[in-house]
Design a protein around this ligand. Sequence first.
Ligand code: ATP
Ligand code: MG
Length: 199
Amino acid sequence: MGGTFDPVHYGHLVTAEAARAEYNLQQVIFVPTGRPPHKEKIEISNAEDRLLMTTLATLTNPYFDVSRADIDRPGLTYTIDTIEDLRRVYGPDATLYFITGADALLEILTWKDAARLVDMCQFIAASRPGYSLSLLEKALGRFFTEKRQAFHLLEVPALAISSTDIRERVRSGRPIQYLLPETVAYYIIKNRLYTRRSA
Ligand code: ATP
Ligand code: MG
């Protein structure tokens, strides 16, 4: 599961656990992005902070793990490179699933080497509020129908939680508890994330 995870929240965790249970996955690997090309203009937190928050959030689930693959790779982060790295680690026989929100998958056509990417892994698209799965089919068109077997649609409890909203809450002093694990909330407060201007 790739993401900026700035910060990681219960939307991510519920989705990951639902995907694991539904598809009987041996492991869910959270891969915080390095520099995402679509967020180049947005200020994102330090990679080590995002990695640590993701580690804290996934600690209690034995199936969850965190990878540094994207943050250690120089340059912009592309999913195709992530999948190639994971393929090298887990070998040719592993079935790789890329877990993503339907909102992110809607943009797959704009991703680097999209056609090659859908041949390299399966996709689990989780629906989140405001994004219907039929929308995905409509938006991706032939791309979706031709590679239909690579896409798996997963309805998760509608959680209207987003990192953007959490960052805004911190900035304006509104509560964030119950939206994300307590340890992550403490990490944010202790390190004054989202309140001070970071470099
Ligand atoms: P931001 O608001 O900064 O974009 P975000 O909440 O969308 O943050 P990301 O790190 O961008 O979180 O998302 C990582 C992945 O998790 C993406 O595939 C995204 O679609 C998915 N995702 C994010 N929030 C939810 C949610 N509440 N339910 C299901 N999937 C989610
Ligand atoms: Mg997002």
